[in-house]
Design a protein around this ligand. Structure first.
Ligand code: AN7
Length: 349
């Protein structure tokens, strides 16, 4: 169990300005969960783990970076933070700004942010503004505002975010006793994959190959050019012009890995498969494993004898979607004990 702020725990590996203040909700320290049954189903003969980042204070990996970015901005005298977001960055910025006693402003693409993220962001007290258009347009706008006004930008263009987020690589090494052979993770704005690569390098205990996975309808790094109108039900990664795209491509290549695309169907199926193991993650979070499954099935990644870690970046509660309605047996408004008993015993009676 983590008893101190994440950045203090790994202080000797963290490069932040002297003025940075501690703004912590005791983030990080998330479990690395073995997935033997899923590994067997994907062909077997290898070790598979999920780094369950949904167990951070606001339910996503963003908290690792936000403790650094908000702490730095507070320390240099900023009173407000701003970000563009597909939802998780917004919730995290709002929570850490609240913790710091700062104002948070978030700009989101209208109608494209999952309900759990919006509810949390509002609850933490942020000002939530929306635009017609994609995340990419929102990011352009907040970058311009932060250049003109003393409002700290806390998107992953802010280098301090990556200093915090790279700690997830340290934890994986500590938990496994070394680096995995492959690290699979979703890619949106491409900050997280860049941060992981930095983290494994800084920790000096081995390097994984990186399998970055974009949603097929929002896969600019696979297409080789920006996507003007990205579309995917994994709204967290509905991003057409990743701010750290070049850095992510370089990292994947340097690692001996690659960045690929998974279809929405593959992502949704993997989300259900992960839930069948008792871990509920938001759709984007399943992309890394969906990509791994696809590559193994295609014979383009041989997992034999390897240790593979998939990062599940956000909690299922973020984006319940239509699942609650479909899961409840709509026809069963039970009248009495006998009806309940019959429903439970069902075919056996
Ligand atoms: C669950 O919140 O971009 O490649 O504005 O929420 O570092 O962008 C979220 C991204 C993966 C992709 N999984 O990470 C935002 C935002 C989840 C996410 C990503 C996001 P990056």
């Amino acid at each position: 169990m983590r008893r101190q702020p994440l950045l203090q725990h790994y202080a000797e590996y963290i490069d932040l300005p002297e003025h940075t203040r501690v703004v912590s909700l005791l983030e990080g320290g998330t479990p690395l969960v073995p997935m033997p049954r899923l590994a067997a189903e994907l062909g077997g003969g290898f070790e598979l783990y999920i780094k369950y980042e949904g167990l951070n204070p606001t339910g996503s990996f963003k908290d690792r970076g936000m403790t650094a970015a908000v702490g730095e901005s507070l320390g240099r005298g900023a009173r407000s933070v701003i970000c563009a977001s597909t939802g998780n960055t917004a919730a995290s910025a709002a929570a850490y700004a609240a913790r710091a006693g700062m104002r948070a402003v978030v700009l989101i693409p209208a109608g494209k942010v999952a309900s759990g993220k919006l509810a949390a962001t509002a609850a933490y007290g942020a000002q939530v503004l929306q635009i017609e258009g994609s995340f990419d347009k929102a990011l352009e706008l907040v970058v311009a505002i932060s250049k003109k006004h003393p409002i700290a930008l806390v998107n992953s263009l802010n280098p301090h975010r990556l200093q915090g987020q790279k700690t997830a690589a340290f934890e994986i090494v500590d938990q496994l006793g070394g680096a995995p052979d492959w690290l699979c993770l979703p890619v949106g704005n491409a900050g997280n994959i860049s941060a992981y690569w930095m983290g494994f390098q800084d920790y000096g205990q081995g390097l994984p190959k990186l399998l970055g996975v974009q949603a097929a309808g929002a896969a600019p790094l696979v297409a080789g050019h920006p996507i003007e109108q990205p579309e995917t039900l994994a709204t967290a990664i509905r991003i057409g012009k990743p701010a750290r795209g070049e850095q992510a491509m370089a990292a994947a290549e340097e690692s001996g890995g690659r960045i690929i695309a998974a279809s929405d169907d593959q992502i949704v199926a993997m989300r259900q498969r992960i839930a069948a193991e008792g871990l509920w993650v938001e759709p984007a979070s399943a992309a890394g494993l969906a990509g791994l499954a696809q590559q193994i099935a295609a014979g383009t990644l041989d997992p034999s004898g390897l240790r593979i870690v998939a990062v599940c970046t956000g909690h299922g509660l973020k984006d319940p979607g239509s699942e609650p309605q479909t899961v409840v047996e709509a026809s069963t408004l039970l009248a009495d004990f006998n009806a309940l008993e019959a429903a439970i015993l069902g075919e056996q009676t």
